[in-house]
Write a protein that binds this ligand. Structure first.
Ligand code: CMP
Length: 649
């Protein structure tokens, strides 16, 4: 009898067998799975395991298999017939049709989420091969082919991939991450799954691919009515969706705090979901140093004789606007940016935010084109005599206090603007981030400048020793930014070549220096640094230039792949933002918002100034702070090398 049945009928019969399948049965099913599109890419062992658990499910009538929002219980392969996939997303209705050999229903199982779409059988008398959830998880959890691709209207809209990263226990089914997708579909997927790390990656970078003007309407739309069902069903549906939106928005507010108030579209939207005061838990930044904001007005411009002109203009003004604020439009003046190396660049009239983008020791000069060549910058004399009276500990403390202020004044999202170019984000600035980077360079060149301007060998050796001690204290207090800045300064060729000076450094201190030097080794993507940082717990000030470098590694990656948002890239950038967030998640132990100067005036006798401090006015903390905030440096390598040569030939 068996030999008279066609191959299809044979298989159907085997699949229908209620009892245990024999070895031959399994062989038949296994062979057959080779020809099923949904299973063809699976390994031999996976197909063998599937053969044992596949359930044959037949439907006599066309109609709904399951609905969007249902709990997911099984994965289906279409054996005979076809289904329509319907979503209540942006475009309501049939988004795609699946045919024989294709599969559906894996998404809810992989993500432990509700069904993302409604599935409707198009024909009577259709067949599925079904795998129930526990079998699916057991067998397909570790499958090597781990990409899920969703289509709508013939185009891919979402690509998920199993993430190798997930090491959390029990994360088994939750380890699928978004690789790319359309902004709307990624958002919809995140609303369905509401996995926090992924939601925050999205929110931290959304401005790159989905500005608020798109995000808010999409969130609005997500809560629109269901077109069919009873009144009760409709109400439950809307409530459910609204709750999801509220959760996501709550996360949005938590990430951005009060800065979200600067976004009018967001503010409007938040008012519409007026359930509570979204900002009640947000705190005003209370650091000593206020962050620079786009609307702030400051522009410091120098005349050729170094007399400053302060012009009141928004940070992101254009050169044209700056010029016309200073001068009568017809004059033949130019705006020049010059650094201490004497390099000067005339600024284009349409450049914007040039003031806050200035490099270290760069200044804006306004002069006639004839005067450009005579401009001069950079100190002629060092401050070794002043430094002599300040202890390395006090200097380090003030450096830490100021760096912490700079670091906390920076908004994480500036990193996004920095990587993608601030001009792409209407009115956004990266001024606070640039200020941190500039500070790094300033400290680095401060070290080189002071050593190269100190003519006396004995004093120079003392100064060198002092810088190493300052570095030690910075490291101890986890200010890695200034620690590395000082180390880079000491590592500068103009300092390294001062052999007579180095010879005078006690071997104990030299050993400390050499030990630190190893941390600067860039090999294997700065492994030494990464290992050292991994041991740190917050708060700490990271090595900013390296953090930026790691972010820029992704610059070469496209923002879009086949017109889909390259979410993998967004995730990497969000990761750096989260590192910054992590660093600042705790207040600095010695309350860095109050420098020594404050403590002197506010606290009781324990902090009274000693007589020795009073004996020398330079020693007072406020003077040290003033010194640390006003470092005068030469950043031109050529001039530093020249100076170094005159010291020790
Ligand atoms: P699941 O969410 O479990 O249930 C609905 C299924 O429809 C889903 O898994 C996918 O397998 C399938 N599907 C196919 N295309 C889409 C799409 N564009 N959006 C959502 N689901 C889709």
């Amino acid at each position: 009898l068996l030999s008279q049945l066609g191959p299809d009928a044979l298989l159907t019969m085997i699949l229908r067998k209620p009892s245990q399948r024999s070895a031959e049965d399994l062989e038949v099913i296994y062979e057959e799975l080779l020809h099923v599109k949904a299973a063809a890419h699976l390994s031999t062992s996976v197909r063998k395991e599937l053969a044992a658990v596949l359930v044959f499910e037949s439907h006599a009538k066309a109609g709904t298999v399951f609905s969007q929002g249902d709990k997911g219980t099984s994965w289906y392969i279409i054996w005979k017939g076809s289904v329509n996939v319907i979503t209540h997303g942006k475009i309501q209705g049939v988004v795609t049709t699946l045919h024989e050999g294709e599969d559906f229903g894996q998404l809810a199982l992989l993500n432990d989420a509700p069904r993302a779409a409604t599935i409707i059988l198009r024909e009577d008398n259709s067949h599925f091969l079904r795998v129930d959830k526990h079998d699916f998880i057991r067998i397909l959890k570790d499958v090597e082919a781990n990409t899920v691709r969703l289509e709508e209207h013939g185009k891919t809209v979402l690509v998920l991939e199993k993430s190798a990263e997930s090491t959390e226990p029990g994360a088994g089914t939750n380890s699928y991450t978004v690789m790319s997708g359309t902004p709307e579909k990624i958002l919809e997927h995140l609303l369905e799954t509401l996995k926090l790390p992924c939601v925050s990656d999205f929110l931290l970078t959304h401005k790159v691919f989905m500005p608020s003007s798109q995000l808010c309407p999409a969130l609005q739309h997500y809560q629109t009515e269901l077109s069919e069902g009873s009144e009760q069903e409709k109400a439950a549906y809307i409530l459910h969706r609204k709750q999801k939106v509220v959760k996501l928005v709550g996360q949005w507010v938590a990430l951005y705090g009060l800065t979200l108030k600067e976004d009018p579209v967001a503010v409007d939207f938040l008012e519409q979901i007026h359930q509570f005061d979204w900002f009640s838990n947000c705190e005003e930044p209370n650091g000593r140093l206020q962050p620079i904001r786009a609307k702030d007005k400051l522009y410091e411009i120098y005349q050729p004789d170094h007399k400053p002109l302060t012009v009141m203009l928004p940070v992101n003004s254009s050169v044209q606007e700056v010029m016309s604020a200073v001068l009568k439009p017809e004059s033949d003046h130019v705006l020049v940016k010059m650094n201490s190396a004497g390099e000067r660049a005339q600024l284009k009239l349409d450049s914007t935010a040039v003031f806050t983008a200035l490099g270290l020791n760069e200044r804006l000069f306004i002069c006639t084109s004839g005067q450009v060549e005579q401009l001069q910058l950079g100190p002629e004399q060092g401050t070794a005599d002043v430094l002599e009276h300040m202890s390395s500990k006090d200097i380090a403390n003030e450096l830490i206090s100021y760096d912490w202020e700079l670091f906390t004044a920076m908004d994480e999202v500036e990193l996004v603007y920095y990587v993608f170019g601030q001009h792409k984000f209407n009115g956004s600035i990266t001024a606070n981030l640039e200020r941190c980077v500039r500070r790094f360079n300033e400290i680095q060149y401060w070290v080189v400048t002071e050593l190269c301007l100190c003519e006396d060998l004995v004093k120079r050796a003392i100064l060198l020793k002092k810088f190493i001690k300052i570095a030690a204290r910075l490291k101890e207090h986890r200010n890695l930014n200034s620690f590395f800045a000082i180390m880079f300064g000491l590592n500068n060729s103009a300092v390294q070549r001062l052999h007579k000076t180095w010879e005078r450094i006690p071997s104990k201190i030299k050993r400390v220096y050499c030990q630190y030097e190893r941390l600067m080794n860039p090999s294997r993507n700065h492994r030494a640094y990464r290992l050292a940082v991994a041991k740190l717990s917050p708060p700490y000030i990271p090595f900013m230039p390296l953090l930026l470098k790691m972010t820029f590694i992704h610059e070469g990656n496209p923002n879009y792949i086949d017109k889909l948002v390259n979410f993998e890239k967004m995730r990497m950038i969000a990761k750096t933002m989260k590192i910054i967030r992590g660093c600042r998640s705790q207040p600095y132990p010695s309350s860095p918002q109050r420098g020594l100067a404050d403590r002197m005036f506010l606290d009781g006798p324990a902090n009274r100034i000693s007589t020795s401090e009073l004996a020398h006015p330079l020693k007072t903390p406020s003077n040290i702070r003033h010194y640390v905030l006003n470092l005068k440096v030469i950043d031109g390598q050529r001039r530093l090398t020249q100076l170094s040569r005159t010291l020790e030939s």
